[in-house]
Design a protein around this ligand. Structure first.
Ligand SMILES: [Zn+2]
Length: 337
């Protein structure tokens, strides 16, 4: 069914009416092309076949090599099991720069959501400060040094707002990483519809040969409160099957506390909508459909990932924690979430 959480929603129970309507829009007008959960507990899945040909550059051995493990979804998002045979080492190397952009964009969410990447859970710090969120022995620990702007605490409600600055990254690079994930997951018979995206993915640069102009790289960023609501990272890819005026392709990826949704560029199928306004609907996930499963409200924003220049961003994340300890000898406070 249409959910990305480990426990899929119980469709025999009530659903929030607005989200249920959105779900119907998708189930009436879209086909699921890929649906997967990515935790290590599940058996590895290898997409593609031998002899290997790269689906991005169309090259085979010995012109290119296939020595590296090609993660269809970057490892830092918690993907330990979904790999492909159709990504050569040189394309893999080129994509690593876009992976780095997305990793920087979601560094706070990866840390707070305890998403395990190559080297375990990321530590979140902010430039020039000692305060941090880190995972120690599987437990999330916030070290807060009084006076630093990293955190403002609401002790009574055991909650805090974490403020940090990202490392410099390219928003369009993060978008390109997501678009590459979508291209990787498409069934073979769909690739012909995405030749413009393929051309863009062959470029090392983010701006050169991009498919759509600035302003057309929207991303739904949805944040669910609570402790790791998306325990297993999950992904879903859909394509439109009717002529409803909505984008042809939809990619949703969920991990930790957030989901991201983009509409990968597909001018072959979406050219009829160019210059026209189009209603875009967020694909509803478990907690949109059954918000009573969580405490608090889901925050959804649409962000534009068109900027090609590298920027640092000021970000903030709201968290709730369990116990707090003070260490007056060193003027800091610690809170274990
Ligand atoms: Zn290649």
């Amino acid at each position: 069914m249409f959910a990305v959480k480990e426990n899929t929603p119980d469709m025999t129970r009530a659903m929030e009416s607005g989200a249920a309507r959105d779900l119907k829009v998708y189930s009436d007008n879209y086909d699921i092309k890929f649906f997967g959960k990515l935790s290590a507990a599940r058996p590895k899945e290898l997409l593609g076949s031998k002899p290997q040909t790269c689906r991005f550059c169309d090259k085979s051995e010995p012109i290119v090599t296939f020595k590296e493990k090609a993660h269809t979804i970057p490892r830092f998002l918690g993907n330990k099991r979904l790999l492909s045979l159709y990504e050569c080492d040189s394309c893999n190397e080129r994509f690593s720069a876009f992976d780095a952009d997305l990793a920087k964009m979601v560094m706070g969410e990866l840390s707070v959501g305890l998403v395990k990447g190559y080297n375990g859970v990321r530590t979140l710090t902010s430039k020039g400060q000692n305060s941090r969120i880190e995972s120690i022995g599987g437990q999330q620990t916030i070290k807060y040094f009084v006076g630093e702007p990293f955190m403002s605490q609401d002790a009574e409600n055991r909650s805090a707002t974490i403020r940090y600055q990202t490392e410099p990254y390219r928003l369009l690079g993060a978008y390109k990483c997501l678009a590459k994930i979508a291209f990787s997951l498409l069934p073979d018979d769909q690739l012909i519809n995405f030749s413009e995206l393929k051309q863009w993915l062959l470029e090392k640069d983010v701006d050169k040969n991009k498919v759509y102009q600035d302003g057309y790289h929207s991303c739904f960023h949805s944040s669910v409160p609570g402790f790791r609501p998306y325990q297993q990272p999950g992904v879903i890819l859909l394509t439109r099957k009717t002529d409803i005026p909505m984008p042809y392709c939809v990619l949703v990826i969920a991990f930790g506390n957030i989901s991201l949704q983009i509409f990968p560029p597909c001018p072959k199928k979406d050219h009829g909508f160019v210059g026209k306004s189009m209603a875009i609907t967020k694909f509803p996930l478990t907690y949109d459909l059954q918000p009573w499963l969580i405490n608090g409200t889901i925050e959804t924003t649409v962000i534009d990932l068109s900027a090609a220049d590298s920027v640092r961003q000021e970000r903030q994340i709201f968290i709730e924690y369990g116990e707090a300890e003070k260490h007056p000898s060193q003027p800091n406070k610690e809170a274990a979430a």
